[in-house]
Design a protein. Structure first.
Length: 258
């Protein structure tokens, strides 16, 4: 039985050699604790699910999209004291990304979209550095905020909260512990006003901020909320992939209407 043609890990050379792919999607997750109740691979599982569903819809609309295997490690510099939070530094991510982009460019795939699934990963600085050195077009999407989550959730939360718990209850229910075993995801706010208000920024020291590694209350999560949000996210990202596949990379900007 043939796998899905837009999931590289499932397809084969017979299918690939006969397809002119327009876009590669690189999901990039993390391996880290997610409150008491969600698995360490939460960011990987979510990225896999979002990428697959967005690519399926884009493929059905004619875009030739290939989802690459998800990178399972992310930036964990604020969580180094939590067992098995496995850190990849931003400079390592840059090196990994450059090798992959150069592989793809030599094979004629010159559009790459990173689908980021972890708040500690920030691909903007990395793409700013890498873009002028390669011929490919690079871009990044944070899947959890490409659609406003507020209409879907009472309190989306930041990490292992209502949003992530709902999505996991939808895509991997067998890996989610009963919600009465989850911690409250209570967050200690910064004492310094600028950091607390968000106009100054410093990475958070996770174990000082939260007792259960969660930030955000998961108690109102449901699989139905997760399904509805994932549907909206996949719809938006598939539209982006269709546009990216068809775009003229030498003519990306339009004059404002008169
Ligand atoms: Zn997460």
């Amino acid at each position: 039985m043939a796998g899905r043609p837009y999931i590289l890990a499932e397809t084969n050379w017979k299918a690939v050699s006969g397809t002119a792919f327009d876009v590669a999607v690189l999901p990039w997750g993390a391996t880290e604790a997610h409150n008491w109740h969600l698995p360490y691979a939460t960011d990987v599982i979510q990225c896999d699910a979002v990428a697959a569903e967005a690519a399926r819809r884009a493929w059905e609309r004619g875009a030739r999209v290939a989802v690459l295997p998800t990178v399972p490690f992310g930036v964990q510099t604020g969580q180094l004291d939590i067992p098995f939070c496995l850190n990849l530094n931003p400079t390592t991510q840059l090196a990994v990304l450059r090798d992959l982009v150069e592989s793809l460019a030599g094979q004629g795939v010159r559009r790459l979209a990173i689908l980021n699934g972890h708040g500690g990963n920030d691909f903007r600085a990395i793409i700013r550095e890498l873009q002028p050195r390669v011929d490919s077009f690079l871009c990044a999407i944070n899947w959890w905020n490409c659609v406003d989550p507020r209409p879907f959730f009472a309190q989306p939360g930041d990490h292992a909260g209502e949003l992530e718990t709902s999505v996991m209850m939808h895509v991997a229910p067998d890996l989610v512990l009963p919600l009465d075993e989850a911690g409250p995801g209570r967050e200690r706010k910064a004492r310094i006003a600028g950091l607390r208000e968000g106009w100054a920024w410093a990475p958070r020291r996770w174990t000082a901020v939260t007792d259960d590694t969660g930030v955000g209350d998961p108690s109102a999560a449901t699989p139905e909320k997760g399904a509805a949000f994932l549907d909206a996210v996949a719809d938006r990202i598939s539209g982006f992939l269709v546009e990216l596949a068809a775009a003229n990379l030498d003519d990306l900007y339009a004059d404002a209407p008169a």
